[in-house]
Design a protein around this ligand. Structure first.
Ligand SMILES: NC(=O)C1=CN([C@@H]2O[C@H](COP(=O)(O)OP(=O)(O)OC[C@H]3O[C@@H](n4cnc5c(N)ncnc54)[C@H](O)[C@@H]3O)[C@@H](O)[C@H]2O)C=CC1
Ligand SMILES: O=C(O)[C@@H]1CCC=N1
Length: 281
């Protein structure tokens, strides 16, 4: 495991195929970490999106992937899962002679699918980042196939580490679990912030005040869990006076089956990743 404070070795020349939200976050992190703009190319068919990337990060943007991958040592596949097959099949002839390192951040898609669509025999690292990557507070799981060399593992990790925590996952099927946990996870905590805010507003607190308190409470709890060294359950006990207010709230959560509901939600996200992979062949 590495944390965001780890030094970021120069990851070399990298081509992003798809310059949307996640790619933008990862490119921003690479640039902030000192990767020169000249080492980054992007294929992005949406002109406005591409122009903004070029303006903000100084990177070269092409409308066609073939131009973007020319000479790149690492290819980051950052398109939606639904277009990944056609994107890979389009790139295959241009990559066949040199087999560069392939990274994919697509939810669900398995390494064997991506490798097959590219023509086979590629070193592929499947990665699952999340949106807090935008501010360097992301969390990524990574899994490499056997064709990935130790140096390529380091390179893959360096590319993701600029945007936050990186963790190597021991089995590829668990990457769907990572997707259901941390890939989709920012949405769960944001939903909790929304719900807390709404509950307090219903009781009469001003929305602005409720939002500020809810956000800071989420941030504070996360920082405590990250920095204190105690397990989250112990930290929760410290908040919970016997017969007090927190106890009353936690009892309400338990009566509503919160833990079970969270397990069902994570399982639904995990399963959806697997289904998407099946649907896309
Ligand atoms: N949004 C999230 O929270 C996370 C997303 N992911 C994965 O990241 C990938 C990208 O997701 P987002 O950035 O959210 O989507 P997005 O829709 O913002 O970005 C995808 C980009 O690909 C471009 N594109 C479409 N066809 C293309 C082609 N043929 N060649 C090059 N570019 C093309 C689109 O114009 C778009 O800008 C997905 O596979 C998703 O599963 C992974 C982790 C978290
Ligand atoms: O919802 C999705 O499919 C993507 C993958 C993880 C987060 N967003």
């Amino acid at each position: 495991m590495s944390n965001p404070e780890s030094p970021i070795p120069n990851p070399g020349s990298i081509a992003f195929i798809g310059g949307g939200n996640m790619a933008r976050s990862l490119i921003g992190a690479l640039r902030r970490g000192g990767t020169p703009a000249a080492s980054i190319t992007v294929a992005e068919p949406n002109e406005a999106v591409g122009r903004q990337l070029a303006t903000d990060f100084g990177v070269s943007v092409f409308s066609d992937g073939i131009e973007a991958v020319n000479g790149a040592g690492t290819i980051m596949l950052s398109v939606k899962p639904q277009v990944m097959r056609s994107v890979c099949e389009h790139l295959a002839p241009a990559l066949a002679g040199r087999h560069p390192l392939i990274l994919s951040i697509a939810a669900g898609l398995r390494i064997d699918q991506i490798d097959r669509w590219l023509g086979g025999g590629y070193p592929v690292v499947r990665c699952m980042p999340n949106t807090p990557a935008l501010i360097g507070a992301g969390a990524s799981g990574l899994f490499a196939n056997d064709a990935v060399s130790p140096a390529q593992r380091e390179r893959a990790q360096a590319i993701l580490a600029g945007s936050g925590l990186t963790v190597w996952i021991e089995r590829e099927d668990l990457m769907d679990t990572v997707t259901g946990l941390s890939g989709s996870g920012p949405a769960y905590f944001l939903l909790m912030i929304e719900a807390l805010e709404d509950a307090a507003v219903d009781q009469g607190l001003a929305r602005e005040t409720a939002r500020a308190l809810a956000i800071q409470t989420c941030l504070g709890a996360a920082r405590l869990a990250a920095e204190d060294g105690e397990a989250p359950a112990r930290l929760r006990e410290r908040v919970t006076s016997p017969g007090g207010t927190t106890h009353a709230a936690l009892q309400a959560f338990a009566a509503g089956g919160l833990r079970e509901l969270v397990a069902v939600a994570v399982a639904a996200a995990t399963e959806r990743g697997r289904e998407m992979a099946e649907e896309l062949g």
